[in-house]
Design a protein. Structure first.
Ligand code: NDP
Length: 287
């Protein structure tokens, strides 16, 4: 049976280290400097509200101040961008996070591009994605960074490994592909037009899935001894969360696996907060 990676404990270890860094900044600054994160939440999506609450709770735990701006769902694109620009110019704000998804009438890419790259703690601005592609990243998108931490913790041998990423979003799949490539894995990127997914998965030493369709990856597709990281989350009508991977059967093939709860999610939050501390530290060092 596979080892189930404990993302919750690993995230907690990261948060403990971050708390120390925040305390150090505070004492170095004669108790004047506190990292501050602005969160912009557009509309009333209940899941987004929950995610933001969770991020704020962990930020508070480690001494980061958060300011949550709840914005009406009917805000126009221009108004939202103008608001982000005020946060860009605010010297007391060191990180900006726009909770995704945004309502359909708003172009998420334009919103992300409006964030100052040095406050982009989600690591999604083209400047930051470009630096990652160049192999010289500053802010790495939190979820793929969290996945790498989990794989590193599990001593995953990256070099020469065959890795398969399912899903190619800017949020997860694309940066994931870049990170695995930077660790010298041979990466195949799959998406909704991929015709032979089972055959590709069957060859993979590392599988990272970020699709959002319940159990789209069947357990018997998984190669014996593979490292399997399931980013996908599908909320069922009864409230249950289901991953992209058929967990039970996949666990009998994989060497290491994550489950939909206590896997990637906590690491995503920890890595976003790590980016916030990084942004704040860079700001403080320029004072
Ligand atoms: P997107 O909807 O942006 O991307 C989904 C991707 O899946 C697309 O690239 C799409 O391909 C691909 N896809 C769709 N159908 C198939 C298929 N049949 N076979 C192969 N690929 C397919 O989602 P996100 O990347 O934003 O998120 C993915 C999942 O991860 C969601 O469930 C989300 O909730 C979860 N998530 C979890 C996080 C966590 O912390 N645990 C953080 C972020 C996301 P195409 O490009 O061709 O359309």
């Amino acid at each position: 049976m596979a080892i189930v990676l404990d993302g919750k404990t690993l995230a907690q270890d990261t948060l403990v280290q971050l708390k120390q860094s925040v305390a150090q900044l505070y004492s170095d600054s004669d108790q004047t400097f506190i990292p501050r994160l602005a969160v912009v939440l557009v509309g009333d999506d209940p899941a987004s509200h929950l995610y933001v609450k969770n991020k704020q709770r962990h930020a508070k735990e480690i001494g980061i101040d958060t300011v949550c701006h709840r914005v009406d769902a009917m805000i126009t694109q221009e108004e939202l961008i103008a608001f982000i620009e005020t946060l860009n110019d605010d010297k007391d704000i060191h990180g900006i996070l726009v909770q995704l998804p945004v309502p359909k009438h708003i172009d998420a890419q334009r919103v992300i591009r409006a964030i100052r790259p040095d406050k982009d703690v989600d690591g999604l601005h083209p400047h930051n994605v470009g630096l990652l592609a160049w192999g010289n990243p500053t802010f790495i998108a939190a979820t793929p960074q969290g996945v790498m931490r989990l794989l590193e913790f599990a001593d995953c041998p990256f070099e020469g490994a065959r890795a398969v990423v399912v899903g190619r979003s800017i949020l997860v799949g694309l940066p994931m592909t870049l990170l695995l490539g930077a660790h010298n894995a041979t990466v195949t990127l799959c998406h909704s037009y991929t015709s032979n997914l089972p055959e590709i998965i069957a060859q993979a030493d590392i599988v990272v899935t970020a699709v959002g369709q319940p159990e789209i990856i069947q357990g018997h597709w998984i190669k014996q001894g593979a490292y399997v990281i399931d980013v996908g989350i599908s909320r069922q009508p009864n409230g249950h969360l289901i991953g992209d991977v058929a967990f039970e059967e996949a666990s009998t093939h994989a060497q290491v696996i994550t489950s939909v709860i206590g896997g990637v999610g906590p690491m995503t939050v920890a890595c976003m907060l790590e980016n916030t501390v990084k942004a704040a530290t860079a700001f403080y060092e320029k004072l």
